[in-house]
Ligand binder design. Sequence first.
Ligand code: R5P
Length: 318
Amino acid sequence: MVAARRKEMRAKFVIVSGSASQKLAMATAQRLGAEIGQCSVTRFPDTEVNVQLNEPVRERRVFIVQSSCPPVDQHIMEVLAIADACRRAAASSITWIAPYFGYARSDKRRGGRTPIMGRLVADFAERAGIDHLIALDLHSQQVEGFFHIPVENLSAVPAIADALKSHLEPESVIVSPDTGRVKMASAYASRMGCPVAVLHKERLNGRKTAVSRIVGEVRARPCVIIDDMISTGGTINNAVEALIRVGAAGNFIVAASHGVFTPEARKNLNHPAIRKIIVTDSIPVSSDDWPQVKIVSLAPILAGAIRRSIGGESMTDP
Ligand code: R5P
């Protein structure tokens, strides 16, 4: 029975992944009672990407699960190569499931003579044959507009909010570390019955930010700082410092959809006032030697999205 179901599933669709998201792709496939597709991604001696699909994809729907996390360009190139291989092998459709979509912060020009990399990645993806994108908590909604293909921007907020509940203290405030995250903070707040406070963040350069103002009541209250991503951890570190300066209770929870965690992040987040950091597995993170970190798996969300996609169902209806 199980074998027959697996065979039927295999005929309909296949989930493949590059080197960025193998564990998550496998967990997603498992939830669907499917096996991961046979696709090898290696490098030629000169580091060029070498993709080989080791099973037919003709007339099958392919779901490429791959975050474009660091090393970003390398992972993007893998997605493009896999998509191109699938298109040339007559897949019936190619969906890129990007649990984390890199370059999303490059969604407008920073000034004269600068590129819009998010747009460029969208162009490349379509050119490679990707005809559907499923992403999670894209940095900004305008990234959807970079694509001409259907884009589903799913959210990890409900899953993270569930994980947060057991750590929440009475009187907690959800804090948005900048004005760009107010909508996300409100989504958390309405799920958790908490008020919202907003910090005004100024970016001094790619690595440094500063908080200039705080809107909302935080004095003597426990704070949950939310964000879409933690990269260097500078934003969170500044937020914690600013909140302490105005008298917030000194034990913070940090929750973000994407733990990018550049090498300096650990130092920035190793603040004595931060007691918990909750992120998803959109980017592989090892929490073994980092007890503050709790990881929420996206596998149920991705499996649900694939199920709905195959069944022709809405992604947004309950
Ligand atoms: C910025 O607008 C984002 O939402 C994040 O706040 C930011 O990218 C986090 O980066 P970092 O951890 O390097 O401060």
